[in-house]
Design a protein around this ligand. Structure first.
Ligand code: NI
Length: 207
């Protein structure tokens, strides 16, 4: 079980999340002439589907291969968990002040983050990401101007204060940066990454 965005317990059933149901939140904003957070998140959702489809066709050994040095993130699977968990952290622990999704998933609740995900199945990581995404898709349509301006004080970092608007933009850009990193890592392994530029997902304006 996990906690929904309003705090009630909901079943964790990622397989029931159908792609056609989760790409709808920006419909009401298309055509207004400027990108907003729900529309930008809609782009992430669409680009994720194409990234995930590519990754599902990549040998597991490649996704687990330690391609990066440093302390935190060594393989593509580490990056996948990192992107989903950063969204999980900022949305649930800071913006909504509730239990993050990862604590409700037995496979992850004792993992510290960092370079420990090579041994996890890709689908386990993507299932987690789907649940985090679903919780974001529940929250984003509730955004108001007041909520976007609300100041969030980071619970374990005294003095760190951000607006909800800033934190949500950070999530959008954070993911785009790491997905670009994943694309480069795929290329180093001889695998063609998907074309995920925003350009590929923009609605066609009327003539
Ligand atoms: Ni990061």
């Amino acid at each position: 079980m996990m906690l929904g965005s309003d705090g009630e317990e909901v079943a964790w059933e990622p397989r029931q999340l159908i792609d056609s149901d989760v790409c709808r939140i920006a419909e009401g904003t298309l055509g207004e002439g400027r990108m907003n957070i729900p529309e930008s998140y809609d782009y992430l959702v669409r680009a994720r589907r194409d990234l995930w489809a590519t990754l599902e066709g990549v040998a597991d050994e490649v996704l687990s291969r330690p391609l990066l040095g440093g302390a935190k993130l060594h393989c593509i699977k580490d990056l996948l968990f990192h992107v989903a968990s950063v969204e999980d952290f900022w949305l649930h622990e800071e913006i909504l002040r509730e239990q993050p999704v990862w604590r409700t998933i037995p496979a992850f609740k004792d993992t510290p983050g960092g370079p420990v995900y090579a041994g996890f199945a890709l689908e386990t990581l993507l299932d987690y990401w789907r649940v985090v995404e679903q919780s974001s898709l529940t929250y984003l349509p509730t955004l108001t101007d007041d909520e976007l301006k609300r100041v969030v004080s980071v619970h374990d970092r005294p003095g760190k204060r951000y607006t909800v608007d800033g934190l949500l933009w950070n999530l959008v850009i954070h993911e785009a940066r790491h997905v670009a990193q994943i694309s480069v890592l795929l290329r180093t392994q001889g695998i063609e990454p998907p074309f995920l530029d925003l350009l590929n997902y923009l609605p066609v304006p009327s003539a």
